[in-house]
Design a protein around this ligand. Sequence first.
Ligand SMILES: Cc1ncc(COP(=O)(O)O)c(C=O)c1O
Length: 463
Amino acid sequence: MPPALSDLQQRSLSHVWHPCTQMQRAWQLPPLPIVRGQGPWLYDEQGRRYFDAISSWWVNLFGHADARINAAIKDQLDTLPHVMLAGCTHEPAVQLAERLSARTAGVLDHCFFASDGASAVEIALKMSFHHWRNLGRPAKQDFVCLRQGYHGETLGALAVTDVQVFRDAYDPLLMRAHQVMSPDARQALPGESAADVAQRAAAELEALLAEQHERIAALILEPLVQGASGMAMHDPAYLRAARELCDRYQVHLIADEIAVGCGRTGTFFAFEQAALPDQTPIWPDLLCLSKGISGGYLPLSLVLSRNAIYEAFLDDEVARGFLHSHSYTGNALACRAALAVLDRFDQDHVLETNREQAAQLTAALAPLAADPRIEHFRQRGMIWAFDVREPLAGARFAERFHLAGRARELLIRPIGRTVYLLPPYVLDPALSAWLAEQLRATLDATLSENTDDADRAPEPATA
Ligand SMILES: Cc1ncc(COP(=O)(O)O)c(C=O)c1O
C-alpha cells in the first residue's frame, strides 16, 4: 500500500523533479519533508529528528544553521548579495582567492569561480585543453580518468566519470576519455599492500602516457577517496607517482577535491598528504573545490590554477583568454560563507579536533569493523565506509538500509552495498557511541529482514 503523504510531500511529488531519483518509485519512497536543521540534526514536519550522517551529500561541515556562518551571510546580505564578476569585483571573492592561494603556499595562485562541482570540472578540462592550444599544441585534447572515478553529471564531467548508472543513457553524447586502473586498495592481491596496488595502477598510467602523451591534455582524479563509486580509498603513493608521470610527459594533473577538500580527509586539501618523504609538498596543476567550501550553505565552486597555466591565456587577442562564465560566478553571499568557513579552520583548530573526533568514532566502530557480515572496513579523516558481504546484502540493500536508518534517527544513503559515514565535524564521544550503536542496529535490522526478492540482482550503485 502506498504510504500516506503529507501535504508537502504530495505537492513535492506533483511538481518537483527530484535529482538522482526514479520519480515513479518516489511515490513509494517519498522524500523526507524537512522543515529545520540544527547542528547535525534535521527535523521533519512531525518534529522527528535525523542525524545527517552524510552531511547532505557531503556539503555540510559544521552542522546546519551554524551561528557564525549565519552571521556572516546575514551581514553580507545587507551589504552586497551579488554582483557579476566580469568587469566588477568584490572583497569576499578577492579575499577567498587570496586565502585559498595562501593555503597552497602560493603555488596555485589564481582562482576561477563557478557555482557547482560539475561546472568546476568542466572549467578545469577546458582550461587544460585551451592552455595547450594557446601554447601551439592543439593535438593535446584527450583526457585520462580513473576507473570508478566520479566528476559530476554535465556532459564533459560525465565523460570522465565511470559510474555506469549515471552515464550509460548518455554514452552516445560523451567525448571519449582514456580510463586507467583505479588505485582502490580493495583490489590488493594476496600479499599486496595498498602502496603495491598504487604502484600497479601507476604502471598502467605510465604505459598510456608513454604511448599517447602527445595527444593527452590532462589526467583528472579524486585524490585519496573516490567518493560516488563507493568510497574507494587509495594510498597517497599513487598521487606522488601521478605527479611525477604528469611532469615527465607534460600532462596536466587535475585534482578534483570537490568532495575530499576542506578537511574531509584529515588535511585541508587531500593532496597535502602526497608530500614527498622529506615533507616537500607537491601540488596538482588545477584543483577543483566545491561542496564544503561554503559550509553546505550556498552553491559555490572554484578552480585553483598554477600561474604558468594562467599566463598562457594572456594575450592581446580576446579569444586566447578563458571566455567562460556563469551568471552567479563568485556570488558574494557564497564567498562570504566560504570566508566564515576558512575562519573556522584558522580559529578553531578544526584539523586537530577532527583528528580527535575521527579517533573517537573509529574506536566506537571497532566492533562493527570486526563483524563477519562486512568487509573492507576503511577510514580516512572524517570518512568511514564498509561493504556488506554478498550475498547477504540482497536486493535493494541501499533502500532498505536507508529506511531502517530513518527508523533509528539516522539519515544515511548507502551506495550499492557500501555503507558510509561522512558526518559534519561536530562529533563528541557520546554522539560517536550513539552513531556506532544506531549503525549496528540498522545493519541488524536490514540483514534480518525477510525480503521476498532477496535473490534478485543487487541494485546499481547511486550516491
Ligand atoms: C568528486 C566529485 N566531483 C564532482 C562532483 C559534482 O559536483 P556537483 O554535484 O556540485 O555538480 C561531485 C559530486 O558529488 C563529486 O563528488
